[in-house]
Design a protein around this ligand. Structure first.
Ligand SMILES: [Mg+2]
Length: 371
């Protein structure tokens, strides 16, 4: 079985909250390079320089993270492990160690959050930080200092992008990986983005990409050069957002409260499961894992959701809201069973089962409810 536990990333597609206008200060984006794979190499130096993939051991395991040495073979996250092995026969497969990743993640976020900085976590190893300085040089020095501190504490390299806009900062850190730092000067955003493929823009999925390619538009620069009439034809009511993003204008601020919006865990079964008892057993284990995570985070959840992928790959999910936030495994379990029973499975084979807790609040709400 392959197991993953992750924090839900924030919604990165253009939203109605997007505003245009002046920019206040710089935003830095940090992302650990090949996080799981780098941890494996750090703790087993014999793996250094070799193509490795972190993955579970089931028939249906997918690559969670690939080392940079494995990537030229086409091995990357989310591809099935058997395909990765075919593409790279030398591939060394390392099992994941979620507990270890979580504890390293806490260490890294402690560094990010120092001096009461505004930090928006996107995943265990990735975050935006609002940089409270006014010049590009200062912002670059800030990012360099964080990179150094994380490396000294964890022996892991983190790449950083600095820009006036969130999306530009993220694209900058992605494009200087691994172990890089790239700062985009104010006013240079559009020029920096211009040669990149349109797929790098938030909200441009494969469908839109295909539609754009019909019009001969493959780069962000080509998209940015369209006039409003053409953009409106292509994107309808959200053409403003697309236009601004393509020009590197994105005035969304770093939003610390969005960090850890939800925590989820899921399992893909080696063989499809029809037996409800087995599904319920798994929900009990998942509820316990989530309760432990909430305790670790110092938070409680008020929403519990269950996701089911059937053998025919259709996905169905049900969620329920609790009367009060909890981090109690039994309460989460009961809510998850309630959700499961609301899905009329009728013995249909299940391929994947997951539980998610959301509507997180700080603190132990159980305790306050006693008074
Ligand atoms: Mg990363």
């Amino acid at each position: 079985m392959s197991a993953t536990c992750r924090r839900e990333p924030v919604i990165l597609s253009p939203s109605t909250s997007l505003r245009t206008g002046s920019v206040e200060g710089f935003i830095a984006h940090f992302d650990v390079d090949a996080f799981y794979a780098s941890v494996a190499v750090r703790d087993n130096p014999e793996l250094r320089g070799k193509p490795i993939a972190v993955a579970g051991s089931s028939r249906r395991a997918v690559v969670l993270t690939a080392s940079y040495e494995a990537r030229p073979f086409g091995v990357r996250s989310a591809i099935p492990l058997y395909k990765a092995r075919m593409a790279c026969p030398e591939l060394i497969v390392v099992p994941p160690d979620m507990q270890k990743y979580r504890s390293i993640s806490h260490e890294i976020f402690d560094i990010f959050r120092k001096d009461a900085r505004a930090v928006e976590g996107l995943s265990m190893d990735e975050a935006f930080i609002a940089v409270g300085v006014s010049t590009l040089d200062e912002a670059r020095a800030f990012a360099a200092a964080i990179r150094r501190e994380v490396f000294e504490a964890t022996r892991l390299t983190v790449s950083a992008g600095v820009a006036t806009a969130k999306m530009v900062a993220k694209i900058a850190s992605d494009s200087c990986k691994p172990d890089g730092l790239l700062a985009v000067a104010p006013g240079e955003e559009a020029a920096f983005l211009a040669p990149m493929p349109v797929s790098r823009l938030w909200g441009i999925g494969p469908k839109t990409q295909t539609r754009l390619s019909v019009f001969g538009i493959t780069t962000i620069g080509e998209l940015a050069a369209l006039d409003d009439t053409q953009l409106r034809e292509l994107f309808g009511s959200w053409f403003h957002e697309v236009r601004d993003l393509a020009r590197g204008v994105d005035s969304r601020r770093v939003e610390p409260e969005r960090e850890t919006k939800s925590i989820s865990t899921e399992e893909t079964f080696e063989y499809d499961v029809r037996d409800e008892t087995r599904l319920i057993d798994l929900l009990r284990i998942q509820a316990k894992e989530l309760a432990e995570n909430l305790t670790l985070e110092g938070s409680s959840a008020q929403t519990v959701a269950v996701k089911i992928k059937r053998a025919d790959f259709t996905i169905v999910s049900r969620q329920t809201h609790l009367a009060e936030p909890t981090r109690d495994a039994r309460r989460i379990f009961r809510a998850a069973v309630y959700c499961l029973r609301r899905v009329a499975l009728e013995g249909a084979p299940v391929r994947l089962l997951g539980t998610r807790v959301a509507s997180l609040t700080e603190g132990d709400a159980l305790q306050t409810s006693l008074f």
